[in-house]
Design a protein around this ligand. Sequence first.
Ligand code: PAF
Length: 282
Amino acid sequence: MNTVQSLPELRAAIARARSEGKRIALVPTMGNLHAGHIALVKQAVERADFVVASIFVNPLQFGPNEDLDSYPRTLAADQSKLLEAGCNLLFTPDAQVMYPQGMTQHTIVSVPGVSTGLCGGSRPGHFDGVATVVCKLLNMAQPDMALFGEKDYQQLAVIRKMVADLNMPVQIFGVPIVRDTDGLALSSRNGYLNAQQRASAPALHQCMQTVKAQIKNGRRDYAALFEQLNIDLQVAGFRLDYVELRDALSLQPAAVQSTQLVLLAAAYLGSTRLIDNLIFDL
Ligand code: PAF
């Protein structure tokens, strides 16, 4: 597996693979890879003939008080995990390659509707940063397909809408959340948790499972269910950011005719913000 940093090197390697008739998959990441990322690479290996991963900690998607500087950079470990998973090429551009004129002068891709509320409400500008960098990475690599984790459910919806609205010739695949044995959704940010917080962290998934079970049992008093979840999370040491029930396809608030739902939540343990979601049928 080669690692390249520049756009000409990326394009040359992909052109070689294309000339051999290979189908190209792109797995965009910010590095610090865990089993969730590796599941994306493994799906990509199954679906395509040449798998490109990218690692770029995108400053454009971090707010002023967020963890851009402390975000873990673990390139050597990431390279060996990617190699083992069957990745063919790693693209590690720096900010000069991605934003040569700086970020303030750069064109911004803004996806209306799905970018607002949920994480978009708590992290203003975040999804503009995500859409812009993903649009660039897709244009740089021009893959047949790209794969993203369903843990960032709203991000996946933003990317799907961007690709549809801009007629981008790429297929987008969502890959289910990978969880630790205690239910905690894998995330690079789990590494910020101290031992006590890590022990409490699965409560987020457990409380969400309880809400899901009650909805499936016919309860529709969502305000009361969410208030109970808030109380249960507080007992476990969390501070709830949001919990919402949405239509899993449109990401609009759940309606009577919604048949597939997604329960989405974000909550803080200390200063670490964790997100999770559960997709289920009614
Ligand atoms: O999910 C992520 O790691 C990032 O948001 C992404 C899609 C790589 C864009 O920077």
